[in-house]
Ligand binder design. Structure first.
Ligand code: ATP
Ligand code: LTN
Length: 334
């Protein structure tokens, strides 16, 4: 019997999912779920590398889990769970920290970005964040990691750590591959289209959230920053704003950039922005309906949280014990 390969991915519960998170990651997760054994994590331990309000963190984590399901992940088929409910993540992260060089961590662009944004709180967790991410992935012998473009560097480091460990101790970890979609892997900020759209952005006009109402979505697209060139052409260097709208429209409709350029040749930016907004509203409508329904079903969500944490815990033990043994930790006497 052929066994399915394993997928692992996660998002931080730092706010509602953005259109970037959806097109860059979650949409791909839903299309891969039938072919793979999938674990989709809510990485609350990663989220605390930036200071969080406890009540908000708890609420964001639950809402994120509900958004995963509303967007189409089947909780009976996939393991959807909170990172903090499976202690193996922290245990393996500590071990992997001892196989990660400071020189490697110093090169991580996410660390540089976040430490300049949060200069009052450059903590050790923010610095060693990639070792925890490597632990998330390697804990389940993951084959494939569907992510947006910004996480590519972390995945490459994960592979290096795994290879380093395997060289020293013999075959232990599966070396994971990244899965980055051709379109939608880097959706940009609507107000500053040279930086990526981000959940924790302070400018509400800069991001489209999965939970935004249709009129808000339309308003935000109408306000999106474009340029004076006045042609609808995919040219991220010179027309980053309009190129971002083209990639959003392409990721949603499946049309190529050239097809979109032809469809809207001679059309004004105003008309194009409305068309993009309408496509986003339509794709989010069923997700929002499901989200509202699920919010009412407390016991169903509680059951998923409990059941899936147990499954993840069970799966994680096997590889964790193997690693501990290889390293030379004494076995537990029962
Ligand atoms: P934060 O603002 O708190 O750093 P974030 O919006 O960057 O959060 P994450 O939880 O770090 O989101 O990322 C979840 C997934 O979404 C990752 O796979 C990441 O690569 C992807 N992703 C994040 N932002 C974008 C984007 N703008 N375009 C495409 N994919 C994205
Ligand atoms: N670092 C990722 C979130 C994340 C993740 C993971 C993604 C944590 N652990 C494991 C894929 C696999 C981020 O900031 N987007």
């Amino acid at each position: 019997m052929e066994t399915k390969k394993t997928i692992f991915s996660g998002m931080q519960p730092t706010g509602a999912i953005t259109l970037g998170n959806y097109l860059g990651a979650l949409k791909n997760w839903t299309s891969l779920q039938d072919e793979y054994n999938c674990l989709y994590c809510i990485v609350d331990m990663h989220a605390i590398t930036v200071r969080q309000n406890p009540a908000e963190l708890r609420k964001n984590a639950r809402n994120l889990l509900i958004q995963y399901i509303a967007a189409g992940l089947d909780p009976a088929q996939n393991i959807i769970y909170y990172q903090s409910h499976v202690s193996g993540h922290a245990e393996l992260a500590w071990i992997l920290n001892c196989f990660t060089y400071m020189g490697e961590l110093n090169r991580m662009t996410q660390f540089k970005d976040k430490s300049s944004k949060h200069s009052e709180n450059i903590n050790a967790g923010l610095y060693t964040y990639p070792a925890l991410m490597a632990a998330d992935i390697l804990l389940y012998n993951t084959d494939l990691v569907p992510i947006g473009n910004d996480q590519k560097q972390h995945l490459e480091l994960t592979r290096d750590i795994a290879e380093r460990f395997n060289t020293i101790y013999g075959e232990t970890f599966t070396i994971p591959e990244g899965y980055i979609g051709k379109v939608g892997a880097r959706i940009m900020d609507l107000q500053e289209p040279t930086k990526k759209m981000s959940k924790s952005s302070e400018d509400k006009n800069a991001t489209i959230l999965l939970t935004d109402k249709p009129e808000e979505i339309l308003k935000k697209f109408k306000r999106a920053v474009t340029d004076n060139v006045a042609t609808i052409k995919y040219d991220p260097e010179n027309q980053p704003g309009i190129s971002n709208l083209i990639s959003i429209y392409s990721a949603i409709t499946g049309k190529s950039y050239v097809e979109i350029e032809n469809e809207f040749s001679g059309s004004g930016y105003g008309n194009f922005k409305i068309k993009v907004a309408e496509s986003v509203i339509e794709i989010l409508r069923p997700i929002q309906q499901k989200y509202d329904e699920l919010q009412k079903d407390k016991s169903y969500i509680d059951h998923i949280i409990k059941d899936n944490a147990q499954k993840a815990n069970y799966q994680s033990q096997k590889i964790l014990r193997k690693v501990q043994k290889k390293i030379g930790f004494p076995s537990i006497i029962r």
